[in-house]
Design a protein around this ligand. Structure first.
Ligand code: HEM
Length: 172
């Protein structure tokens, strides 16, 4: 594969991954705001969090594939360069942060939203006969997830900025 073609693919994949990260942040902001004023609207928005997560995963896979295609097109001449090692490290961080930290929490938000009825006792989930969770408890749990997802978005954006800085200044 030629360098230019791989570069174009890398550019598109990075745009998809970064775009998904930004969309995710915006959706989250809107979601947590709606939770206070209109819970049904927030609930409708919850599945979108998972959708942008999948978009980020596709972008991430494309970034990795096109990144290696770029390297292969120059016979791995950059292999061992400090900027590349740092970039790979940040890429691993971005992937782990999304898959291990955020994915389960977003899934939990969707689950909690389907159980939450503000001001009322939450219906026991199937198989859990005597759940005593109340709407307030579910809301507390959601708020805890909100702060960890906020941390996720900050670190994710920070890592992206570092990769972009690295791409410009290289640090040979
Ligand atoms: C968050 C992930 C990534 C982002 C945001 C990103 C961003 C960029 C950007 C903006 C460029 C163009 C600037 C430049 O020429 O250096 C670039 C080039 C490049 N990227 Fe990535 N990249 C990412 C992941 C990767 C990965 C995982 C690899 C390797 C497997 C990789 C390998 C490369 C290579 C080889 C170049 C061309 C460098 C050159 O020829 O000067 N990138 N990347």
């Amino acid at each position: 594969m030629s360098y230019s073609f791989a570069f174009l693919a890398h550019f598109i994949a990075v745009a998809v991954a970064f775009g998904a990260a930004v969309c995710d942040m915006v959706i989250n902001r809107v979601f947590w705001r709606l939770l206070e004023v209109s819970p049904p609207k927030a609930e409708a928005l919850a599945p979108l969090m998972t959708t942008v997560g999948s978009m980020a995963a596709i972008g991430g896979l494309g970034t990795l594939g096109s990144g290696f295609a770029l390297l292969a097109s120059v016979q791995f001449a950059h292999w061992g360069a400090r900027w590349l090692s740092l970039k790979l490290l940040l890429f691993v961080f971005l992937t782990a942060n999304g898959l291990l930290f955020a994915k389960s929490r977003k899934h939990k938000v969707t689950l909690l939203m389907s159980r939450w009825s503000p001001g009322e006792a939450v219906q026991p989930a199937a198989g859990r006969a005597h759940s005593e969770a109340t709407g307030g408890e579910v809301l507390d749990e959601l708020r805890r997830i909100e702060s960890s997802l906020r941390l996720f978005h900050r670190t994710q954006l920070g890592a992206f900025v570092l990769v972009f800085v690295l791409a410009v200044f290289k640090l040979e």
